[in-house]
Design a protein around this ligand. Sequence first.
Ligand SMILES: NC(=O)c1ccc[n+]([C@@H]2O[C@H](COP(=O)([O-])OP(=O)(O)OC[C@H]3O[C@@H](n4cnc5c(N)ncnc54)[C@H](O)[C@@H]3O)[C@@H](O)[C@H]2O)c1
Length: 288
Amino acid sequence: MTRDRRKPGAGARFSRKRDDEASRLAGGGVLASRVVIVTGAAQGIGAATSRKLIGEDACVLLADVQVEPGRALAKELGPRAAFCPLDVRDEHAWTEVVDVAIDSFGTIDGLVNNAGVLRLGDLETLETRDFMDVLEVNVLGTFLGIRSVAEVMKSRGRGVVVNISSTAAMTGANRTIAYTSSKWAVRGLTKAAAAELGADGIRVNSVHPGPTETAMNPVDRDRPDDWSVEYPLGRIGQPEDVANMVAFLLSDESAYCTGAEFVVDGGRSNCTLVRRFAGDPDWMTPPR
Ligand SMILES: NC(=O)c1ccc[n+]([C@@H]2O[C@H](COP(=O)([O-])OP(=O)(O)OC[C@H]3O[C@@H](n4cnc5c(N)ncnc54)[C@H](O)[C@@H]3O)[C@@H](O)[C@H]2O)c1
């Protein structure tokens, strides 16, 4: 793979533009002057994350296959936001995204590998193509993302990558054979990348949301029991819950964290809500 753009000398260019652009645009939030690429930014968790990062005074390059909503959101977020079309499976498109980030804001401090797809299906009936689609977007896309920004981050001796995995990577659920496989792979990929890149000052962590109310996981208000009773905190996750964790991991507040898993699921995967113990006549009061 040839990448002339990132040959010696490029680092100086990042620094120079950084003074001109990111610092000039920065306010006083915990991510002031940081330049972050967010994939899958057009909606859901990626959109909420982009909003949160802008609120913390970062510069954000939103990237997504959905061009119109992505552009519209970047425009709404103001001068510290820009949009670039990206299919995370496409290595050449990643090169373009890196270039646009540097041209727009001068450097790259962070990457949020958030783009993802879900295909429900049983082991015996799921189409092989669907299985591969999920792996290509969720795993290959994450791998290409880290590889694409690594050299820029190495040249500066710092950087942060946040990979959005899932609580599906903590266990296994029926009808999610492809998705679960992919999110376990993201969990492992995170640790391997963290081991490789730590010496260069680059941190890599994974975030594991539980069910979160987005287009991928819409909530039927007429059937609240579908999800809500399973949560010690009594509600399904919101995109902002995940965005807050991502901002923490991108910031210096998490400077000593790498290769680690950060669960954001209202306690769902770590606490057991017992309705009734065997032999106990009393049913527990469910949380509201
Ligand atoms: N919603 C949940 O319950 C939940 C739970 C755990 C983890 N996650 C993970 O969070 C991430 C975001 O999910 P969401 O709930 O916001 O879903 P979503 O479907 O609302 O958003 C996903 C975004 O990714 C984009 N995308 C899909 N394929 C792409 C590709 N090839 N290249 C670039 N962009 C692409 C879509 O256009 C969309 O904007 C995903 O990785 C998902 O697996 C979601």
